[in-house]
Design a protein around this ligand. Structure first.
Ligand code: F6R
Length: 263
């Protein structure tokens, strides 16, 4: 099923995502988390860090796999997703750095590195809960439009829109944004036991509506969520503003039976 939850603001989205991740880890302290980078998950990481600081959850035994990485950046480069994950997640959440992996964007043999990454996820027992953001063009991970729903971790060329959107992390200089990335595939992402997509802001509204209410299409990679048995979409009002059935989602959430609630 897909559960769509419309919340008043970004802070509520972050708190709700953190509550769900914490619930998974309380049930299974050695859970495998799927991490995303970018702006969308920052509220969730901040709220989770609060739960950790108050002793409400302990994340020191979890392992984690990031969704994607730029090709050509070393993990030491501050713009690399390896560095971003260290800054935004590993340090504030108290994760064990030895148990956190990011796709190897600096591998000599990228294809072998991608295959090995999928194998490592499988060997860890699969991802229990995968946090996702959505691109304005409907991508999840760096699965750009026309990515196969069956795709595995592999090298992709970033869409021009994605490079423009991410230039803000490279001093606004488009030329510095790498052309290629290595990303978990849609098939890889769909194997996670639970998907948790967070989106905030008007700029995501069209992509969210297409993903959730539009047809299943490789043109909107996030529409793959419709195929998942346990996908939760947490939205602020602005990101939800183009949904046709918004009132129905609000009604459903307001009347959700207690036994289904996490927060
Ligand atoms: C990041 C990722 C991307 C982002 C998406 C949204 O690891 O996989 O799919 O989630 O590009 O980016 P933000 O959150 O910065 O708007």
């Amino acid at each position: 099923m897909m559960e769509i939850v419309i919340l008043p603001d970004g802070a509520a989205v972050g708190a709700a995502a953190a509550a769900r991740i914490a619930a998974v880890v309380r049930r299974r302290p050695e859970a495998v988390l799927g991490l995303a980078t970018g702006s969308s998950p920052l509220g969730a990481y901040g709220a989770l860090a609060g739960l950790v600081a108050r002793g409400e959850v302990d994340l020191s035994r979890v392992s984690a796999f990031a969704l994607d990485e730029y090709v050509g950046l070393t993990p030491e480069s501050p713009q690399s997703y390896a560095a971003t994950i260290r800054r935004d997640a590993v340090e504030p959440l108290g994760l064990d750095p030895a148990r956190v992996r990011v796709p190897p964007g600096d591998a000599v043999d990228l294809e072998a590195g991608a295959l090995e990454y999928d194998r490592a996820i499988r060997e860890a027992g699969g991802v229990d809960v995968q946090l996702l953001g959505i691109g304005a063009n409907g991508h999840i991970g760096f699965n750009e439009p026309t990515s196969s729903f069956a795709s595995r971790t592999r090298i992709k060329t970033l869409a021009p829109r994605t490079r423009e959107d991410n230039a803000r992390f490279f001093d606004g200089d488009l030329d510095q944004v790498p052309l290629h990335c290595i990303t978990q595939g849609l098939g890889t992402i769909l194997e996670a036991r639970q998907l948790l997509l967070v989106a905030q802001g008007e700029a995501k509204a069209a992509a969210v509506a297409a993903a959730v209410e539009g047809p299943l299409t490789a043109m909107v990679p996030a529409s793959a969520l419709q195929l998942h048995p346990d996908a939760i979409v947490l939205l602020d009002e602005a990101a939800a503003s183009r949904l046709t059935l918004a009132d129905y989602y609000r009604f459903t959430y307001a009347h959700k039976p207690d036994w289904q609630r996490v927060d």
